[in-house]
Design a binder for this molecule. Structure first.
Ligand SMILES: [Zn+2]
Length: 345
């Protein structure tokens, strides 16, 4: 089975933690590393578009280049994990005036009151229980071009094996009612989404579909751009594990990406401490024929090392090609994870 690992961006802050991670990945035979090089509109590589994340130690240090150098020649594939639409959180403004939220506050999603998510404090967003922070509107042409440029830049400048979408979705169905979306949706659907008839399942479903298509169009655009630069580049995405939840609540119709062949690798984030739930998800995926590869995302942070091993065995028994563990830092806290993973091979 393929062994993969998500590496959250704090590991990329300086050379020591990157070296330690690279050593551990090599020693434990991980084959796929999904390394977060863009968090909230700030990067862990040298970008001409976005500012460097202020957590990076030294403004001349390029974490992604450093990692790629360390792992050159090793049988490990590096996927540049890029947060897509989720772009900022917290009450402070981004430090850099180059940050996209500061350059284009108008690109941020609006909710069904017609209010930009920018106009809420982080506390209000968090208390709502449905927003982690600010998301960009995927229907906005400027946003699409901006994101395409980011993915293209990484693929052009770095010898990565793939790019990895995360947060390529809406936070919930109560956004995006920005002025641009209202005008365009009215043209396409014949009604203003702010005035959608709550009792009309047809209107509701048309409005959901319209938004799903905006996300799909973004994935398609990036896929085509990236493949145009390097057709061997692997395009992958972390997606919501439950089909209904993904399509209805996140407007993320990932089976459609597979049908259209605009994705190479899908990683459903099947994070749970309930083995029956995991089995049900895995069985739901097996009901479909997939053109892309499926690796199963396992949430180590929710379970102990014994449960993780059980989940890996469940994936194996169901015939899956491999798994990706979320995340490296969790495994680091308890070395038993590594020894037990190695035992079962
Ligand atoms: Zn919008």
């Amino acid at each position: 089975m393929k062994k993969g690992l998500w590496v959250v961006r704090n590991i990329l802050e300086g050379p020591e933690s990157i070296r330690e991670m690279a050593d551990i990945a090599i020693k434990n035979n991980f084959e796929e590393l999904f390394v977060q090089v863009r968090g909230r509109g700030e990067t862990f590589y040298k970008s001409t578009i976005d500012p460097l994340d202020p957590a990076v130690k030294g403004k001349d240090f390029d974490p992604l280049a450093y990692l790629l150098d360390l792992l050159a020649g090793e049988p490990i594939k590096i996927h540049a994990w890029i947060n897509t639409l989720f772009t900022w959180s917290g009450d402070q403004e981004p430090w850099s005036d180059r940050h996209v939220i500061r350059r284009h506050p108008e690109w941020v999603m609006h909710n069904y009151h017609g209010v930009s998510l920018n106009d809420y404090t982080q506390q209000q967003l968090t208390e709502s229980g449905i927003y982690e922070g600010q998301y960009l509107c995927p229907a906005n042409r400027g946003v699409r071009e901006y994101l395409l440029a980011i993915y293209s830049e990484v693929v052009r400048q770095y010898k990565v094996n793939g790019i990895h979408f995360d947060f390529v979705r809406y936070p919930n169905p109560e956004v995006c009612y920005c002025p641009g979306c209202r005008i365009q949706a009215k043209k396409d659907l014949g009604f203003d989404p702010l005035k959608v008839d709550q009792f009309s399942p047809e209107q509701q479903s048309a409005w959901n579909k319209w938004r799903q298509q905006r996300v799909t169009a973004l994935v398609r655009g990036v896929y085509q751009a990236v493949k145009g630069i390097d057709r061997n580049m692997v395009v992958s995405a972390a997606v919501y594990p439950d089909f209904d939840d993904a399509s209805t609540w996140r407007l993320q119709d990932w089976p459609e990406w597979d049908r259209e062949e605009i994705i190479d690798l899908l990683v459903p984030m099947a994070y749970t401490d309930d083995q029956q739930k995991l089995i049900a998800w895995l069985e739901s995926y097996r009901q479909k024929e997939w053109k892309s590869q499926l690796l199963i995302g396992l949430g180590a942070y929710k379970i102990d090392s014994n449960q993780l091993i059980e989940q890996i065995k469940i994936c194996r028994n169901q015939g899956y090609d491999g798994y990706v563990i979320f995340d490296y830092s969790t495994l680091l806290r308890d070395k038993k994870y590594f020894s037990k993973i190695n035992e079962i091979e």
